[in-house]
Ligand binder design. Structure first.
Ligand code: HEM
Length: 401
């Protein structure tokens, strides 16, 4: 916005709108605020000197622009391996992990994941009510990812407890309080000790699992120093995000009874179909934002940015940009095309996309297929305030029959 005052002096004061991605009240309903920011302009200013991009076109370009990156790994984000690394370190590490998450490797998991879902649905139907997050989505996503690593089932609750403080590190270090950093470091230290123990076990008794395969890759494709962050990234990235997308999607359907009825007709071989699943992932993603730092001078959305400038990319706002999605606030399970940015883009494009779609598709598909009634028992479930990055509910109590 340009304000013109004083004809004689013609003083021009240039201001842009303000957007605080770390405002904890944003979680209740970010979408109205995204709309206001997006319509005010493609760029907003934010705290910590942040340049905040609001529109799909610019965010999509920024995700693919290697002049933006992460710089040197900090003590805080080192645990997230290649997620926080720039080229040339990024590519070789990503390739080590990629083979476990290819569409064909993931498709082979269908019977196993379907079996887990069926057990959880059996239990839900017996009880008649459940917290769809704590009693369904979390145990499922934990079992899937820990299953890939062959981590003993009795350890899952311990892993579950450790992850929220570590997940805090998904936000940039400058936005995290010293107390939260301390809690995260201590949880991460416990997690690292646990992984070292598991690695030691597996060295003696290798199995047919991702951890054994990664150990076999060390030190040729993977240095010893990279092994632990790689395991931590794969375990943590796939767990909180997927559990929350299952619950967010269930809530979206429960709030749109027509689409819920339509979803029931869109279950194929126990799985919600891809188009419907992608619309749910667009509509209320479990990852709302990602951050970068300018590494080389760049012009973004018409603004020249110097090296060192932190940038926030509002993925959740891009997903509701009317320039790309007609009637973006409408949940439309038939939406096509659907170029949402929930999985990012460019070199950091989510490695777990196929697994997330399969897992959430099976969870929602089987739940809908096997139940006649699914209803909210709390009409206004609260969102948690874990990080700016992750969007998820604190709980999702439902009745089921
Ligand atoms: C990267 C979202 C599930 C593993 C990303 C990024 C996003 C994302 C937005 C890019 C971050 C950036 O550019 O800064 C999601 C969502 C999920 C999900 C919304 C669930 C619905 C998973 C699963 C895994 C996974 C199941 C499996 C382990 C990864 C990894 C990266 C990544 C390893 C880093 C890729 C790289 O840096 O090259 N994810 N993710 N994600 N995701 Fe996911």
């Amino acid at each position: 916005m340009t304000l013109e005052t004083g004809a004689a002096q013609d003083i021009r004061i240039s201001t842009t709108s303000w957007f605080d991605p770390f405002d904890p009240t944003l979680h209740a309903d970010p979408y109205a605020r995204y709309t206001a920011a997006r319509e005010a302009g493609p760029v907003c200013d934010g705290p910590y000197g942040l340049t905040v991009l609001t529109r799909h076109h610019d965010i999509s370009a920024a995700l693919r622009d290697n002049r933006l990156g992460h710089g040197r790994p900090t003590a805080e984000n080192r645990i997230f391996s290649f997620l926080g690394q720039d080229p040339p370190a990024h590519g070789p590490l990503r390739r080590v992990a990629a083979r476990f998450f290819s569409p064909s490797a993931v498709a082979a998991l269908t019977p196993r994941i379907g079996g887990y879902v069926d057990e959880l649905v059996d239990r839900a139907l017996d009880l008649g009510h459940l917290d769809l997050l704590a009693d369904f989505a979390y145990p499922l996503s934990l079992r899937v990812i820990c299953g890939l690593f062959a981590l003993p089932e009795e350890d899952h609750p311990w892993i579950r407890e450790r992850t929220p403080p570590i997940g805090r590190l998904l936000d940039p270090a400058y936005s995290i309080s010293d107390a939260d950093k301390k809690a995260a470091r201590s949880a991460a230290a416990g997690f690292v000790a646990y992984l070292l123990q598991q690695i030691e076990h597996r060295r003696h008794r290798p199995g047919d699992d991702v951890l054994s395969a990664l150990i076999a890759d060390t030190p040729d494709a993977l240095t010893r120093r990279d092994l632990i962050p790689m395991c931590a990234l794969l375990l943590l990235a796939g767990y909180e995000t997927t559990a929350n997308i299952i619950a967010n999607s269930a809530l979206s359907l429960l709030r749109h009874p027509d689409e819920l009825a339509r979803a029931r007709t869109r279950v194929r071989r126990g799985q919600l179909d891809r188009r419907a699943m992608d619309e749910l992932i667009r509509y209320d993603s479990s990852v709302q934002i990602t951050f970068r730092t300018v590494q080389e001078e760049a012009e973004l959305a018409g603004r020249r940015l110097e090296p060192g400038r932190p940038v926030a990319l509002l993925l959740g706002s891009a997903n509701r940009d009317p320039r790309v999605f007609p009637d973006p606030g409408r949940l439309d399970l038939d939406r096509s095309p659907n170029p949402h940015l929930s999985f990012g883009a460019g070199i950091h494009y989510c490695l777990g996309g196929p697994l997330a779609r399969l897992e959430a598709g099976l969870a929602l598909g089987r739940l809908l297929h096997r139940s006649r009634v699914l209803g909210l028992t709390d009409p206004q479930p609260r969102h948690k305030d874990l990080t700016a990055t992750i969007r998820g509910l604190a709980a999702l109590p439902v009745s089921v029959a």
